[in-house]
Design a protein around this ligand. Sequence first.
Ligand SMILES: *[C@@H]1O[C@H](CO)[C@@H](O)[C@H](O)[C@H]1NC(C)=O
Ligand SMILES: *[C@@H]1O[C@H](CO)[C@@H](O)[C@H](O)[C@H]1NC(C)=O
Length: 379
Amino acid sequence: MKERKATRGLLLLSYLILVTQGISTRTVIQRENTREILTHRGVNKTIMMEGGDVYDCVNLNLQPAFDHPLLKDHKIQMEPSSLPVGKNRKYPFLQVAHLSLVECPPGTVPVLRNNRRDQIAVHIMDQEMNNDDQLEVAGIKYSDDLFGVRATINVYEPKVKKDSKDISQSGMQIDNGPMGHIESVVACYSVAPSYTGDGFARFHVAWRDVILKKSCYDHTCPGFVQVSHRVGLGGRVLPVSVYNGPQYVIDILIFKDPKTKNWWVAYGEEKTLIGYWPNSLFSQIKYKGNFSFWGGQVSGPTASSHSPQIGSGHFATEGYGKAAFMRNIQIVDGNSKLVTPNKDKDIVGTSDLKKYSVDGYEVNKHGMHMYYGGPGNLV
Ligand SMILES: *[C@@H]1O[C@H](CO)[C@@H](O)[C@H](O)[C@H]1NC(C)=O
Ligand SMILES: *[C@@H]1O[C@H](CO)[C@@H](O)[C@H](O)[C@H]1NC(C)=O
């Protein structure tokens, strides 16, 4: 077992804080939406998902991304010039969890409706920020030239106290840049009850806008160009794994288009495209990343003093079916190949061994593997 203590504060991690939605209808309804406020986005229809999430199907070319001043003249790219090359490894015992799939017509993209936009707060851990937020992590930090990251992520719903304003998230990110100017792109699932009003695992993409000096997720601020007319960002990941029961995974890939340098997000074995961050948004990760992280983190006002769970809420040593894992951990190299990370360039561990652990760490030709997580203070 290789387990070194990760230095707190060295990790430059983004947090996601989510939006409350107070809707409880259980049925799926679809209706034409005529509200004037929505016409400027060319909303084709509005869809209420089972569970109550509401998505507006907005015109592809009028989506929030294009409100960004740097994207005024951006020409949408419906697919990358190429996909990274690499073999898939099949896991016969693993079942695939689904991202939230919305029946928006082609030519539109689903945008989650936020009823309380003013509650949005998103933080990125950065040396220049000196706020009261606390952070704990468990996972793999990695420094190298990076043109993408990939992982098969075991999905759980870690417990987070409802009234705490803390978040538990699991996923991966790529960074570059000097202190205070770090840019990141992130893909993860997170549980954030005080923001979403529930304890569900929801899928997000996020990034740090250095010009606006804020971090953003999904479509809550302009930047991410969605091409999929089906994937509902901010929606639930289903089903989630059960402790000592069925295990579910999502396979996520972030990669740089070798020609346009846009950062793409894709999921599943088929590498289904969700969308991309145009290269023009960035100055530090314009050509490549130099740092990445895979694993779990908890953040928020009481993330250290009353730590929520990470992963399954059980320590990594419990192993398969009980502890959360990531496998197929790979990077995209300068030749657009999915390759196994260089073992000499990683740091594996947690910020507090009493609360979380990493175990079963190994590297083979399919990539890296680890179990990670733990109960935090919620024993
Ligand atoms: C929505 O899109 C469909 C198919 O693309 C089209 O037939 C319909 O007229 C659109 N409805 C509205 C309200 O734009
Ligand atoms: C990444 O590169 C920047 C310069 O662009 C440097 O300041 C930073 O320390 C590097 N980060 C890592 C983790 O190597």
